[in-house]
Design a protein around this ligand. Sequence first.
Ligand SMILES: *Cc1c(COP(=O)(O)O)cnc(C)c1O
Length: 391
Amino acid sequence: MTGRADGEKAAETIAAAHGIAGDNGFGAVAPPLYLSSTFAFPGLERPGRYEYSRTDNPTRAMLADTLAKLEGGAGAVVAASGLAAVDLILSQLRRDDLVVAPHDCYAGTARLLDAHAERGHFAVEYADQGDDARLDSALHRSPALVLVETPSNPLMRIVDIARICQRAHAAGAKVAVDNTFLSPALQRPLALGADYVVHSTTKYLNGHSDVVGGAVIVKTAEDAQALAHWANVTGVIGAPFDSYMTLRGVRTLFPRMERQQRTAGAIAAFLKSHPAVEAVYYPGLPDHPGHAIAARQQRGFGAMLSFSLAGGTGAVRAFVESLRVFTLAESLGGIESLVAHPKTMTHVYLSPDAMAAAGITDGLLRLSVGLEDQDDLIGDLTQAFVAPARR
Ligand SMILES: *Cc1c(COP(=O)(O)O)cnc(C)c1O
């Protein structure tokens, strides 16, 4: 092979082609799927490169390696789900440690943090990290870990990753950024100072709504080793088949993101001008409070947006039940467009107070914009807005 070393290749090339035609056995162009749970020893006390698939597996390693390169990390661990990936980072904490998490973090992450805190595994403080005074007062308690999510779910609030990393590091904390909503195609938190990047690969990285998986990408080789060790100790690893599917999804990550975010921008502009819509939350809109930071730290505004519909629950029911191209479902980041009602679906776990603090109202709807034709999607929304309210 000629050309640039792997580290110099464009991210698009890594996503499309890392590991292609690297098979030593038969010259397979697509990296093979190794389902084997165990691997033969060439001789006594002479293990081969792989021994047992909980510890390491060639198909999982190929995905981990590709993700590490895309995020610019020293290594990555592929886990059974996004929450297993978050838990892998949390497992490094000790009893007296504090985690500072976003006040509007992914509800499943909040439930995981609360479950650990209740059992005395560590303490948690939720803070609005976009508010310097709030962040400083949380950092004053010397946390071990600051968890960041930007854009947030579902209001697409943006926080400044580099700024938070600087402050957190000065306070002696490590920083983990959940990059699920943008993927490395649009945001690379390690380059902005983060120590860990977490993904629910269920979303954009796999991108086809047919695998649940997760990954942690780690800045230093030492921390990567520690997490890989813990993944082997606890067995929270991703399956080879899921890894194979996810790598297949990663091949088209860049063109999917590019097209999906372009359509999302058009839908945001359409919603903004529609009389039935009270507010639109999309970082690409110039009047979004996080627009300037998003423009600086992201390579695009993503394909997720939310909006609030006038008329309360009755109007929401009529609207979502009239949609024909959008599907009413949780999750996001797939090739198909989805609509979700955070109050009764994704965020139902939150207490009424937490829901109010997160800005989740009766009329709020979240869209994950897929690869369908833009006019079909806008046409679908248009006809659903005029659907008669039912009870
Ligand atoms: C979905 C999601 C998770 C959890 O991932 P799973 O794969 O469902 O376990 C974590 N963070 C964010 C931002 C998510 O969207």
